[in-house]
Design a protein around this ligand. Structure first.
Ligand SMILES: CC(=O)SCCNC(=O)CCNC(=O)[C@H](O)C(C)(C)COP(=O)(O)OP(=O)(O)OC[C@H]1O[C@@H](n2cnc3c(N)ncnc32)[C@H](O)[C@@H]1OP(=O)(O)O
Length: 411
């Protein structure tokens, strides 16, 4: 039987080989890739399964914060790098690593665990629910109806091209402001900025994208985009695609200006949006919104609530009401019956012996927690059970939020 345990520095290279194998990537890493990945080594946060001295499964977690509805920051156990080698699949190794990690996260006091799921059907069994969704658009620039003479914003703000070193200087402060405005956004640590600007390279074939920053008239950074272009030249008509890696903005004006900028670059006939929130305004920045075609839509950030009281108290509520929730958690980590008393002034939540209004699984609670799913829809699907008539409608009104959550990052 394989031994599941915390990974030491001595195991690290073997662990990385197993990780690459599990993700069907070339199993031998360059010294530069290994060196960059060592920066992610946090003692106690890497798990592995070992069989006959060889690593056959990998699991990594790290400290993160998730933005709740209303802008509160919630401590999270972010999970990544989950693999089991094909030689050892379906023997319960993932289950053992997950159970160990979630127990440790609960013990540490993390309110939720988060991950981006490779496949939909893997993580529900561990109490995770899809909490944010993402939509990809492709803009057919010639059909968008934008003014072809556009030469940047005319409100005193400006767009500047910058390099990776500059992004590392101005990006973190900007993103700290941004993430407080966006439910579902996750924190980025210093390593994130290094990996995403090429200062440290997990993949040695990394190439520098273009970076453009939007500055308000007073110089404040209000938007940042990283994008790439394909290098096709068909000899006659320029027909290039700009692919957005990330675009975030703290104001609608900055966001609009950056999309307009991308659509105005000479030679660019298509703009691929990357992973946006499902209610992103992008189509409506175009005189003809039909020029933006949806090319992908799927679940994105999955959340596992570890502490119902703190999770429900961390977010804001537009409505006023009291609700008793029976939360079922098969793993025994966070379930129970809770009374939520919410109003725009604040919320309190505590265990209760009162009879329940609504019964739902911990995974369904995660899906409605950030406002990404509606209680009424889950009730219609039979995934939330009303114990009192009208409770689903009441809960729907309480958990509903004015915008859909969005997680711009992959981890
Ligand atoms: C956050 C991230 O890193 S996402 C990346 C996830 N990794 C990958 O997709 C890489 C390729 N896949 C793998 O490495 C493995 O198949 C894993 C990690 C997904 C699963 O590991 P395993 O050790 O085989 O899972 P384990 O044996 O613990 O399975 C537990 C249960 O999940 C089910 N399960 C596991 N993987 C899958 C899957 N891909 N699809 C559907 N069900 C699955 C098993 O059938 C089992 O069900 P049961 O409890 O009803 O018997």
């Amino acid at each position: 039987m394989s031994d599941v345990r915390i990974v030491t520095e001595a195991d690290f290279e073997d662990w990385q080989r197993a990780l690459a194998t599990g993700f069907l990537q070339p199993p031998v890493l360059t010294p530069e890739e290994l060196e960059a990945r060592r920066l992610q080594f946090v003692p106690g946060r890497l798990l592995g399964a070992f069989d006959g001295g060889r690593c056959v499964a990998t699991f990594r977690s790290f400290a993160q914060e998730v933005t709740a509805v209303g802008g509160g920051l919630v401590p999270a156990d972010a999970i990544s790098n989950v693999t089991v080698s094909p030689t050892h699949r379906r023997r319960g190794l993932l289950t053992r690593m997950m159970n160990q990690d979630l127990a440790a996260a609960k013990e540490r006091g993390d309110v939720v665990a988060t991950l981006i799921a490779a496949e939909y059907s893997i993580y529900g069994r561990y109490g995770f629910g899809p909490a944010t969704w993402s939509t990809q658009w492709t803009v057919e620039v010639p059909r968008a109806g934008l003014d072809p003479r556009w030469s940047g914003p005319d409100d005193g703000s400006r767009i500047e091209l910058v390099d990776g070193a500059e992004v590392r200087k101005l990006g973190p402060e900007f993103y700290e402001r941004f993430r407080r405005t966006q439910p579902g956004a996750v924190s980025r640590d210093e390593l994130w900025w290094q990996f995403n600007t090429g200062a440290a390279r997990i993949h040695s074939d990394w190439t520098e994208p273009f970076y453009a920053v939007h500055r308000a008239a007073d110089g404040e950074v209000q938007g940042l985009v990283a994008y790439k272009s394909d290098e096709t030249w068909n000899g006659k008509q320029p027909d290039q695609t700009a692919s957005v890696l990330r675009l975030t903005a703290t104001t609608v004006a900055a966001e609009r200006a950056l999309w307009h900028y991308l659509c105005s670059i000479d030679w660019i006939t298509k703009v691929k949006s990357g992973y946006r929130g499902p209610d992103d305004l992008l189509p409506h920045y175009l005189p003809d919104p039909r020029a933006a075609r949806i090319t992908g839509h799927a679940d994105w950030l999955w959340v596992r609530i570890l502490d119902v009281v703190r999770a429900l108290q961390a977010r804001t509520y537009d409505g006023t009401g009291t609700l008793v929730l029976e939360v079922v958690d098969r793993a025994g980590l966070a379930g129970g019956r809770f009374r939520l008393q919410a109003s725009p002034e604040g919320a309190s939540c505590a265990p209760t012996a009162e009879s329940a209004d609504l019964t739902l699984d911990i995974a369904e609670l995660a899906s409605v927690w950030l406002g990404g799913e509606s209680v009424l829809r889950l009730a219609a699907l039979g995934r939330v059970r009303e114990e009192r008539e009208g409770a689903a409608r009441k809960a729907d009104a309480l958990f509903r939020s004015s915008g859909r959550p969005w997680c711009p990052d992959i981890f």
